[in-house]
Structures are given as C-alpha cells and as structure tokens.
Design a protein around this ligand. Sequence first.
Ligand SMILES: Cc1cc2nc3c(=O)[nH]c(=O)nc-3n(C[C@H](O)[C@H](O)[C@H](O)COP(=O)(O)OP(=O)(O)OC[C@H]3O[C@@H](n4cnc5c(N)ncnc54)[C@H](O)[C@@H]3O)c2cc1C
Length: 465
Amino acid sequence: MGIVRSDGRPFDTSVPVVVIGAGACGCSAALAAKERGADVLIIERDEPPTGSTSLSGGQIPAAGTRLQKAAGIEDTPEAFAEEILEKARRQTDAEMALAVSRGSTVTVDWLVDTYGAPLEVLTDFFYPGHKKHRMHGTPNRDGAELLACLLEAVSREGIDTLTAATATDLHADEDGRVTGVRLRRPDGGHEDVGCGALVLACNGFGGDPEMVREYIPEISDALYFGHVGNKGDAVKWGLEIGADVADMGSYQGHGAVATPHNTHIGWPSITEGGIMVNADGRRFSHENRGYSEQAIEVIRQPGNFAWAIFSETAHQVAMQFSHQRESVEAGAVRVAQTFDRLAEITGLPGDALAGTIAEVNDVLAGRKADPFGRDFGDKAPLEPPYHAVKVTGTLFHTQGGLVVDTGARVLRKGAGQPLPNLFAGGGAARGLTGPSCWGYTSGAGLMTATTLGRLGGEGAAALVS
Ligand SMILES: Cc1cc2nc3c(=O)[nH]c(=O)nc-3n(C[C@H](O)[C@H](O)[C@H](O)COP(=O)(O)OP(=O)(O)OC[C@H]3O[C@@H](n4cnc5c(N)ncnc54)[C@H](O)[C@@H]3O)c2cc1C
C-alpha cells in the first residue's frame, strides 16, 4: 500500500478518469465525469459493491431543492450552512460548509431529475441540527435503495466498474501527479491502469482498527458499524504523496445500536420524546443533541450500554425506517403494557426508573425545566405501551481525511495549493464536523459523498478534456 514513483513507462491500459470506490461518492463522481464527456473507470474491492452507503439510512440533506419547494418548504443553502457551522461550534471550514450546502441543492435535484433517484422530503420530524425539513430519503429510508439506483445509473451510462479489484498503490511523479493505479485481484495478481485524473471515493478509516486507535482512541473499543473494507487507503496514500489531512479525531458515532442484536433504531424514537437511561435507571444526557455525540455518552455509562425508552407515537414515526423494522424483527424492540413490565423487561431498578419517567413527564407538561437542557417540545408523554431497546454507542464512519477545496481538489500539506490531478470526496475527505463527534450535522455523510463526488467528477473530467 503506497505510492509508486512513475518512471514514464506507458500503461497497458489507460482511462482518462479513474474513481476508487463504488459507493455514493464514487458513483456520483463517475456519473458527473461521464456527463462532461470523460471516459471513466470505477475500481471497487467488493463484488458486488455495497460500501457504507448501502448500510446507511440513505438520507441526504439539502436546502432549497425542487422537492422542498413542491412541499411548500422555504429554505436556503445559506441558512443550512449556518446550521452546519453552529453544530460544529464554528470549528469547521465556513467556505466549505457553504460550498457543500449550495452544492447539495444542485446534487439532490440532479440525482432526482437526471438519474431518477427515488427521493422524497421527510416532513414528519426534525433531525437534530436541522431547523427545516430538508432530509431527502428513499421510500424505505434505506441506503441500499439509494446505492442500487446509483449503480443502475452507472451501468446505464456505460461506465465500466471493475469489481473484486482492490487499489493497492498509486503511481505518481515527483510533483504528485497521479499517473495510474495498481490493483490487486482475488487470485493475488496485480494490474496497473493509467489515468489522467483520479477521484478517491474509498471512504475513511473506520475499517482499520489501528488507525482508529491512533486518531480516535475514545471510540476505538466500540463496535464499528460501517463498511469493513474502508481501511483508510485515501489517507495513507495522501500522507505519502504530500497531501494535507485534517480533523483526524472527527467521526460520526451513533448512540442507538441495539445490543446484542446489532441493528440500529430510527432516530425518531428519540426526537419524538424518547429518552435513554443507564443501568441505574437514570438519564445521563440531552439525548437529542445529536445521535453522533450520544454514542460516546452511552459508552461512558456503566457496562457501556443504555436503555432507549420511547412511546408508541415515537415508535410509529421511526417505523418508516427499514432499520427500525429490522430491529423489531430481530426482537430488539421490547414492548411493555405496564410500568411494572417495563421494569421487569429492562431489569432496571423500579424506583429510580419511575422517578426518571415522572420527571420527564413533568418536563413534557411544562411543570419543570429539563436538567439536561433538552427542549422536548410538544411530544407525547411517556406512557404505556412503553418501547424499550438496549443500546450501545458505535462508530459509523470517520470524518477526518484529505483536505479538499470547494472543487474537491486535494490540497498539498502546508501550501494550500491543489495537487495536480487528485480529487476526493465522501469519507475520504475531511468532513464538516470539526474536530470531534459532536459537530456532526445529521446526514452530512451522504451530503459530502454525493456533492464532493459530483464536484470531483466534474473537475476530473475538465482536466482530461
Ligand atoms: C449504519 C449507517 C447509517 C448511516 N446513515 C446515514 C444517513 O442516513 N445519511 C447520511 O448522510 N449518512 C449516513 N451514514 C454515513 C454514510 O453511509 C457515509 O458517509 C457514506 O456512505 C460515505 O459514502 P462513500 O461513497 O464515501 O463511502 P462508501 O459508501 O463506504 O464507499 C466506499 C467504497 O470504496 C471501496 N473501497 C475502499 N477501499 C478501496 C480500495 N483500496 N480499492 C477499491 N475499493 C475500495 C469500498 O469497498 C466501498 O464500496 C450512515 C453510516 C452508517 C454506517
């Protein structure tokens, strides 16, 4: 795994634009490059491609889209960019936040109008950090549906995808110009493919436990819930070729993965008034500040678990998510018709749990302020039937990575200048989260994947035309 110095020798096969990775980022990049007239090859280690994209909820936030307008939602990319900055406590790049927010409006319209992505705006709840209904999801709120549509478009457009092909090395000249990619086949054989421009769409380093331990020790003992094939190759190559990396301690966690079932529940379980209690039956956080930072709150509890407890109303909103339905099928969502049964199912101390629920209902009724500063709004009180899921905190994907500019060009370390022909997006690039997990704006993963992918594909095509 590394950089091989080009010796000027021509490659047997050459393609103007090569994309590594066939997730949301790689497909968006390939489609955009092809639209601009470039021949493209996608190199993907898996057969068939899945990536974190297919594990995801498949929802992309965007402001000012055609779908929002049709639903009567007034929103602007500028307002969304401001919310991204607020969530990241202004510790992310403001120019990038605005560029990606503006770009996401174009991307979502483009995916829907040009490639028939089956997206609709979610209007029945607000994700943490969003002040407008701006999440665009597939019918089942399912990333596999989104990826299937993208892969179908890639194939329809005649873009070649080489699967079961792991990129191991990049060929580059002294100036950092990438001239080709070396890949390994399952039989151990190697092939070299030349290129005029390269888009790194091979996500982050969640699948490399050593890198997680080095850069994000706080989450290194937790379950990694993303695609295991994402082993930080973009960062490894980038460091060797002289690229800048940033926010390497940044990540998206998730505080509601059912244990031991390893399914995750839909976040409306929490947004719609649900709470989390620890083994003592007590709350320990403002649960709805964000699902990402809730991961570490849960991990810090005795036994590294919590119980999510929510109402029937919250459960019904969450049931639009394929992941909530999978959790029900797996037996992770327990239903209690009485408080005594809830205490029995969870094994939590009854007195403490009763006190916690009474206090939450006082907050919901406006009789007292929430000790954790949470504004529950006008959600339904916690009453039978109670829904309870034992959850733990997990790592969904890393958010640190290659520093890119607003055209998804990878920047050199120190100088702030772009490398000659290298682009990156999605989990391969630095996200908009800032230095840690608390800055993650809901849906930022697929937003940066599709938008930086599209921009990278356009830029790569422009270079080779
Ligand atoms: C459970 C879960 C739910 C999520 N839900 C959401 C959501 O609803 N909304 C949202 O915005 N984000 C969500 N995310 C985050 C989101 O999935 C990612 O941010 C996004 O999919 C990243 O896209 P990508 O194209 O960069 O990476 P991926 O989809 O992971 O694609 C990268 C591809 O590169 C391939 N690859 C890696 N290395 C190599 C190599 N050396 N050679 C060849 N191929 C290689 C991999 O096999 C993979 O197919 C979720 C994540 C998880 C885990």
